[in-house]
Design a protein around this ligand. Structure first.
Ligand SMILES: *Cc1c(COP(=O)(O)O)cnc(C)c1O
Length: 392
């Protein structure tokens, strides 16, 4: 074991600081950008920082269209509106996912159909999708867990064959790729999150990615209370009015100002996260093989985003004990999603054609280690040592 206690100036020993799971990044220009907004007469949406942050986002993902939104949850809602999901329609999604995806479907009156995952990645299992498709399937939602691409080849083939839309919940996957193509741009609709637990953040925020020009025209209207205000601002119409259903999904310039500063440091943020991720992957491999534990691994043809690093333990009991062991060393290492099909709302708004046994196992056996760009070498060594010291 390396140093477990730090000497204070007075010579006493203190327990080392708690290592939190996630610390939001701070970008250099955030305060200056915020001052610019506050001192201007424009802090509502779609000003200069929205324009600049949108351009930076489009450059990162190479998407022809992007719209900033107030959250990824709202981007998913906007996506479900655009795809015209409604009563009688079904949308297939993984049992192991976040509630935002399910509620966007349920809000439209469509049915969530929960399917199992691939236990090696936590991502939706393409063969389970194939078994769950019916004539009512209008969309399939893919969440790239931890920013590692789902098994896209068979999913794209199924989409082509059955004519359903693919929605990518890419909250974890900004900058990730599959066969060199950016995650979030592989399907009909892609969504990003800029919540402060994500790689790039502005407190709360999100984005919708689209490639289709007609969908983009409609999305602009739906995002702005159902009006053609965006066209008006570009001088394409001389007044704006109610055109379609929609809501208020555009973020304030205050959020965009922080997001713009963060996106300008995207490469540094990612380099910091990958440094931590790689140290876990390398530093824990001997311990993992000696203890029948699985480390997060990246299948071929993918570049991941170092959004998270998880360990998959042999049993729920060993997982829970490792979480408690780390907590005693001041290290926060949480589990993750509760399977949607087992949740109260999942039972009410969804159906589960086949038991999602791998999702249940994945959910009950993983834990995530602290991961943020400025996690320092001493902190990382403390975490590696603490895991290393755990046996059962
Ligand atoms: C964080 C997250 C969301 C929700 O993002 P918000 O921006 O907080 O609405 C949705 N899906 C996944 C996979 C997430 O991790």
């Amino acid at each position: 074991m390396r140093v477990e206690a730090l000497a204070t100036e007075s010579g006493h020993c203190a327990t080392p600081d708690r290592i939190i799971f996630s610390r939001p990044y701070r970008a250099a220009n955030e305060l200056a950008n915020l001052a610019t907004v506050l001192e201007s007469d424009h802090s509502h949406g779609d000003g200069q920082f929205t324009k600049s942050a949108t351009a930076r986002l489009k450059a990162i993902v190479g998407s022809p269209h992007a719209l900033l939104t107030t959250s990824c949850t709202h981007a998913l809602e906007l996506g479900a509106l655009l795809l015209e999901l409604g009563p009688g329609d079904e949308a297939i999604l993984p049992s192991f996912a976040f509630s935002s995806a399910a509620t966007a479907i349920a809000l439209r009156g469509a049915t969530c159909v929960f399917v199992d995952i691939d236990i090696e990645t936590g991502n939706i299992d393409a063969s389970a999708v194939s078994e769950a498709v019916t004539e009512h399937t209008k969309a399939v939602l893919v969440m790239h867990y931890g920013g590692v691409a789902a098994d896209m080849a068979p999913l794209l083939e199924l989409a082509e064959l059955h004519g359903f839309a693919l929605i990518e919940d890419n909250a974890h996957g900004l900058g990730g790729t599959w066969r060199g193509r950016a995650l979030g741009t592989l399907g009909t609709v892609g969504t990003q999150s800029f919540h402060d637990t994500k790689n790039v953040h502005c407190g709360e925020g999100g984005a919708l990615l689209l490639s289709d020009d007609l969908l983009m025209e409609r999305a602009e209207i739906m995002r702005e209370k159902g009006t053609d205000r965006a066209r008006f601002l570009r001088g394409q119409v001389d007044k704006y009015s109610w055109q379609d259903i929609g809501s208020s999904y555009l973020p304030s310039e205050l959020n965009a100002a922080v997001l713009d500063a963060q996106l300008s440091e995207f490469d540094a943020i990612q380099a910091g996260r990958h440094r931590v991720w790689n140290a876990y992957s390398k530093g824990l491999s001997r311990w993992a093989s000696a203890h029948d534990a699985h480390l997060m691994t990246i299948p071929p043809e993918r570049e991941h985003t170092a959004h998270l690093f998880y360990l998959r333990m042999p049993t729920e009991d060993s997982r829970d004990r490792l979480i408690r062991h780390l907590a005693k060393s001041g290290i926060s290492a949480p589990f993750h999603y509760v399977p949607l099909d087992t949740s109260t709302a999942g039972k009410k708004y969804g159906r589960t054609p086949n038991p999602c046994v791998r999702s249940a196992e994945f959910s009950s056996t993983i834990l995530r280690l602290p991961l943020w760009p400025l996690l320092n070498v001493d902190q990382q060594d403390r975490i590696l040592d603490a895991v290393d010291a755990f046996s059962w």
